[in-house]
Design a protein around this ligand. Structure first.
Ligand SMILES: Cc1cc2nc3c(=O)[nH]c(=O)nc-3n(C[C@H](O)[C@H](O)[C@H](O)COP(=O)(O)O)c2cc1C
Length: 119
């Protein structure tokens, strides 16, 4: 996990990619945003990475603005992920649910950052 996050942060920053990585101890759910070509390259690398398996793209689209402009690669640990998705295994894709997860993840990441700065 440390390798994925440290390496990912450095690479994403260099490529103008932002996003967030949720991890519940077993499954990952990740959002990546940035220039289309960089995202295509990164997605194919992530899909081929043998540190995990069964990668499923939930939603790919062009966006007007980023949901995670301040995070190049923020990891939400299992405790934080559980606040957003108590059972990730049961996540049943719908655009509305995905938007909800994104909004909650941005909120948790913001709180996390505030704690880091002020305590
Ligand atoms: C769950 C998961 C998420 C990842 N997220 C990123 C990411 O956001 N950015 C990144 O550069 N690499 C990420 N990686 C690592 C890539 O799969 C890959 O190892 C990395 O891009 C280096 O590829 P390369 O050595 O072929 O250049 C992730 C890997 C996993 C397993």
């Amino acid at each position: 996990m440390e390798d994925i996050v440290a390496e990912g942060h450095r690479r994403n920053e260099a490529r103008g990619i932002t996003g967030i990585l949720l991890f519940d101890g077993e499954f990952f759910m990740q959002t990546i945003e940035g220039p289309a070509a960089a995202i295509r390259t990164l997605f194919s690398k992530i899909a081929a990475d043998d540190r995990h398996e069964d990668v499923v793209p939930f939603f790919i689209c062009e966006i007007e603005e980023r949901d995670f402009p301040d995070w190049h690669m923020e990891l939400l640990e299992p405790g934080e992920t559980a606040k957003i998705l108590p059972d990730m295994k049961k996540f049943n894709f719908s655009y509305r649910d995905l938007r909800h997860v994104q909004a909650m993840a941005a909120e948790v990441a913001t709180q996390k950052r505030a704690k880091r700065v002020y305590h």
